[in-house]
Write a protein that binds this ligand. Structure first.
Ligand code: ATP
Length: 383
């Protein structure tokens, strides 16, 4: 296990007379044995940052520490030794096409100084770990994307690294294969006690395995913390945008146009908070009607975050009081602009279907509060 610390790291590229400040003064601390994730949109500087950890990219300023040792100036044999202890998994697998699976791994074993007589046994051990011992003699071209990534992971583990760096390691894979690779990485993290730094632009990956997450934007870390805390109450606009896109739910314009009068509100809440009783209480106490139009619950680790779109109707004063009651009880409260939603993209509307019934599998047609609350509870219970 290992602790990684970056102190005020900058990376500046000079290319064709242009200067690109890819990383601008990043401080980062990944603790022993955790899965530390970095998320951000394309071009934020994630790849450049993660590559400074094994000095594939040298900081133009700042220091890199592994287990308290300043490695920033490591070269020659010391650098090779460091790189052996820091495995790297790439988005594009980077397997050598004219070598078999076994030979790809043995390439790393040779570089790591393993004796030739040990290669086969060690290769089989690594392939067993990733569930591919029967493919030792296959060529990469005969493997699926997920299998190639498993081989790449086995290769990255060849020299018993203490740290594994994953650069968009699942971005080239479909959802199901992504889940398998994430489960494998989590097992490696837990069983082999390897600290993992994982960068991705996919929140579905981040929410699954990150213990700690840092959000990167324009070369800087703009927000970080425990994954659930960051995603359940995002503060920086970039985090809000990432989470909003991920959790985001939209109402078909045709449905919005057909709704009765009332305030349309989007509520984001911790899924383990009981929102349904609150909504029922508010509806009863304030004499208003609250219809749940749409709902989504996503799990971040083991903990859920929910989003509901509700329509609150009744006397103006009662609706205002009901909204006040709800506002303080949720993570995020946003009154939606009905006119804007109603004027939305007609093509999208058509795709989604003709109103509530055909409005996509996340949309719930307007019904009474209790019935919809049951649906939402069921949704959580089946996960
Ligand atoms: N070797 C390089 N030379 C010049 N500019 C570079 C180099 N590597 C990266 N950059 C630039 O640095 C910035 C950050 O790139 P980086 O790849 O680190 O971002 P990212 O968040 O990983 O995005 P992506 O997921 O698209 O790779 C970009 O503007 C990129 O064009």
């Amino acid at each position: 296990m290992s602790v990684i610390e970056l102190k005020d790291v900058h990376v500046t590229f000079h290319e064709g007379g242009k200067t690109v400040e890819a990383v601008k003064g990043v401080n980062l601390l990944a603790l022993d044995g955790e899965i530390y994730g970095i998320v951000g949109y394309s071009g934020a500087g994630k790849s450049t940052l993660v590559r400074t950890i094994n000095l594939l990219e040298r900081p133009t300023q700042g220091r890199v520490f592994i287990d308290g040792e300043d490695i920033t100036d490591a070269r020659g044999a010391r650098l090779r030794e460091l790189r052996r202890k820091i495995g790297f998994v790439f988005q594009g697998f980077n397997l050598v096409g004219n070598l078999t699976v076994g030979q790809n791994i043995q390439f790393a074993l040779k570089a790591g100084g393993w004796k030739r007589g040990e290669w086969r046994e060690r290769t089989l051990e690594l392939l067993r770990l990733v569930g591919l011992e029967d493919r030792i003699d296959s060529y990469p071209s005969g493997l699926s994307g997920g299998q190639k990534q498993r081989v790449a992971i086995a290769r990255a583990l060849a020299n018993d690294p203490k740290i594994l760096l994953c650069d968009e390691a699942t971005s080239a894979l479909d959802l199901e294969t992504t889940q398998d690779i994430l489960a494998l990485l989590r097992r490696i993290n837990r069983e082999l006690h390897i600290t993992i730094v994982f960068i991705t632009h996919q929140l579905e990956v981040a929410k699954e395995i990150f213990d700690h997450v840092a959000v990167m934007e324009n070369g800087r870390i703009v927000e970080q913390g425990e994954t659930f805390d960051v995603f359940s109450a995002p503060k920086h606009p970039t985090t809000k945008s990432l989470v909003g896109r991920f959790l985001g739910i939209t109402l078909p314009p045709r449905l919005v146009r057909s709704l009765p009068a009332g305030e349309l509100v989007e509520l984001t809440y911790r899924g383990d908070d009981a929102l349904e009783p609150l909504i029922s209480d508010v509806a009863r106490n304030r004499g208003v009607s609250v219809n749940v139009l749409h709902g989504n619950v996503e799990y971040f680790g083991a903990r859920p975050i929910g989003v509901l779109i509700v329509l609150v109707s009744g006397e103006d004063a009662a609706v205002a009081a009901a909204l006040d009651d709800i506002r303080g009880k949720v993570l995020k409260f946003e009154v939606l602009d009905r006119d804007e939603l109603a004027a939305g993209d007609e093509a999208h509307d058509g795709e989604e279907g003709n109103g509530a019934e055909g409005a996509g599998d996340k949309t719930i047609p307007p019904t009474d509060t209790d019935k919809d609350n049951d649906k939402d509870t069921d949704k959580e219970a089946t996960r």
